[in-house]
Design a protein. Structure first.
Length: 229
């Protein structure tokens, strides 16, 4: 998966009064917005618009208007409130509901490409990694996908992200919450199978269990791996 240059995007998060003392833009959001690089070809994303403190709304609106006037593309996201505060509504031209990632898996290649550009130039995914990522339901949406990719990229052993760079939980499709002991057992099974290149008999021998047991455990945890090469 090759990458092309992308326009610079700055993301600023508003914490609002629900998280007093939080470090970052939430303490002086207008100042953070005023200091943000702006201009044609730039995008400014203000996360949690509905968390902007009422006392800061006028100053935030002025900062956003100034960014727009300089040619910046301004985007706001909501964390679940009914809508944008009245004083900020005119800063945005239109509203759009974004479906959960599991309902738009066709966008996954483009999202992965965009998220990996943020990690660093030249980082890409092996083809089988994309196939595995498509099978996950992503309850944490794009944020979860971004965290998975950034951690996998940081720990990768080659120029690209391979299956063994992904967390063991992604190799499992079990529908129930696991105890700490069960999650540890699942992770151990996945790691052994990956190290054995999908060879169940070899993985079972290394774990000191029978092949019948490893098949049973794989069914229990919904572990799926590519066929042995």
């Amino acid at each position: 998966m090759r990458h092309s240059p992308a326009p610079p995007i700055l993301t600023i998060t508003s914490y609002g009064p629900a998280a007093p003392g939080t470090a970052g833009a939430g303490n002086d959001l207008p100042a953070a917005l005023r200091a943000a690089p702006t201009g044609p070809g730039r995008a400014l994303v203000l996360r949690n618009v509905d968390a902007v403190a009422p006392g800061q709304e006028p100053a935030v609106a002025r900062a956003l208007d100034a960014a727009v006037a300089r040619g910046t593309w301004v985007v706001g996201t909501l964390r679940g409130a009914p809508g944008v505060p009245e004083s900020l509504r005119n800063c945005f031209l239109e509203a759009a509901a974004v479906p959960a990632l599991r309902h738009r898996l066709a966008d996954l290649p483009a999202l992965i490409d965009c998220l990996l550009r943020r990690v660093g130039a030249g980082v890409e995914c092996a083809p089988e990694v994309l196939s595995l990522l498509r099978r996950h339901d992503w309850p944490g949406n794009v944020r979860q996908l971004g965290l998975v990719l950034s951690k996998a990229a940081a720990g990768r052993r080659t120029y690209r992200i391979e299956l063994h760079d992904l967390p063991p939980s992604l190799h499992s499709t079990g529908g129930r919450a696991l105890s700490a002991w069960e999650a540890s057992e699942r992770d151990t099974l996945v790691q052994a199978l990956l190290e054995a290149d999908g060879n169940k008999l070899l993985a079972a021998r290394r774990l000191g269990i029978s092949r019948t047991t490893i098949y049973r455990k794989m069914r229990t945890y919904g572990i799926t791996l590519p066929a042995r090469r």
